[in-house]
Design a protein around this ligand. Structure first.
Ligand code: PLP
Length: 392
């Protein structure tokens, strides 16, 4: 046997820091502690009733068997229709794969396009899962690090491109910053990708959670970029369906077919019941989405106003998603030297959970999610202010 019982690939894997915080919160809750949870990025709303009803009907109808690996045709048709009408990109159902959350589709996409030694350019702050998934595909993540207030310009990407660059990963609206990519910038990135024949993996899972701007899919900038792009979308955030484990990818058939083959040898289809629920979500969930969006917007505006009153925080108004990524550089000192420590102390002393910026490569920032009631948000921010003043 080799030195370790576990493969080098897995020894190299960093567990999800966000999930680690969640596990700590659950431990404290089990001990009876009342925690204000501004940590995990998961909608607090219940899945809308019409979506649940469709799932219950699927079970009652006995729609409980394997489906096609890539998902039922009616769902892929509905996704294609949505992508055409809302995102202005034309796909046939054979160019769409439905998977076990967008997380699985992303993993499979990297496996399909990357060879060992390939590079994938990413922009940070970023969701750390991409880094681990790229490494698992044998490729090298190359990060272009943005500074506060995290406005991307095409040169941020251009300067990281080498002969080895296989793909650019975009995520907008972004986790953790909530910022989207402006249309003119997207267009330049599309041109860059086409000129250099580089793939784009475009994670647009937060597309419906934009508060004043309109979402543009990079694949909509023309046929050439469309044929280089895998657009990733989901149901988890838009329809409050995190537990149903369903998401999708859309792209040219020569990339989607191998993703389907890989999925066929790993998980097979995602739950047949979740597929029926997702179909109902696309067809009839829009009013619920608007109602949730309104509530998130209220919380976002409140948080911005409230945090603006605390001196010394690096703060901006996010375009979308349900996150604030807040700078605490001015509050770090010998006693609390990193966001990790800061978040741990905040949890212990004030019982407020946030995600330390280290998870997104920024040790002097922290992320809060406004996926809890306005009442909890208010109380959480009151405690954060008290904490900040105590250690100022
Ligand atoms: N992409 C981003 C940027 C996310 O933040 C998340 C979840 O936190 C996902 C993808 C995964 O979503 P799911 O697998 O639930 O579709």
């Amino acid at each position: 046997m080799t030195h370790s019982r576990v493969s080098k690939r897995i020894l190299n894997l960093k567990p999800s820091a966000t999930l680690a915080v969640d596990s700590l919160i659950k431990d404290l809750q089990e001990k009876g502690e009342k925690i204000i949870n501004l940590g995990l990025g998961e909608p607090d709303f219940d899945t809308p009733q019409s979506i649940k009803n469709a799932a219950i009907k699927a079970i009652k109808d006995g729609f409980t068997h394997y489906t096609k690996v890539e998902g039922i045709k009616s769902l892929r048709e509905a996704i294609a229709k949505k992508l055409l009408e809302e995102n202005k990109v034309k796909y046939i159902p054979e160019e769409i794969v439905v998977g076990v959350g967008s997380k699985q589709v992303l993993y499979n996409a990297f496996q399909v396009i990357c060879n060992p030694g390939d590079e994938v350019v990413l922009i940070s702050p970023l969701w750390n899962t991409y880094i681990e998934q790229i490494k698992l595909a044998g490729a090298k993540p190359v990060v272009s690090k943005l500074s506060f207030p995290f406005k991307l310009v095409p040169q941020d990407i251009e300067k990281k491109i080498t002969r080895k660059t296989k793909a650019i990963l975009l995520n907008y609206p972004n986790n953790p910053t909530g910022m989207t990519i402006e249309r003119n910038v997207l267009k330049e990135i599309a041109k860059l990708a086409v000129n250099r024949k580089i793939f784009v993996i475009s994670d647009e899972i937060y597309e419906s959670l934009l508060y004043s701007k309109v979402h543009t899919s990079i694949a909509s900038w023309g046929k050439e970029i469309r044929n280089l792009t895998i657009t990733i979308g989901g149901f988890s955030k838009t329809y409050a369906m995190t537990g149903w484990r369903i998401g999708f990818g859309a792209g040219p058939r020569d990339l989607i077919s191998p993703i389907i083959s890989l999925q066929g040898q790993t998980t097979f289809n995602t739950s047949s019941i979740s597929q029926m629920a997702a179909l109902a979500a696309i067809k009839s969930g829009q009013n619920d989405v608007q109602a949730m969006l309104k509530e998130y917007e209220k919380r976002r505006n409140f948080i911005y106003k409230r945090l603006s009153k605390i001196e010394g925080l690096d703060l901006y108004l996010p375009d979308g998603a349900f996150y604030f990524f807040i700078g605490i550089k001015k509050y770090l000192n010998k006693n609390i030297s990193s966001s990790n420590q800061w978040a741990q102390k905040l949890l212990q002393e004030e019982k407020v959970a946030v995600i330390p910026g280290e998870s997104f490569l920024y040790p002097d920032f922290f992320r809060i999610s406004f996926t809890t009631s306005l009442e909890n948000v208010k109380e959480g921010l009151k405690r954060i202010e008290r904490f900040v003043k105590k250690y100022a």
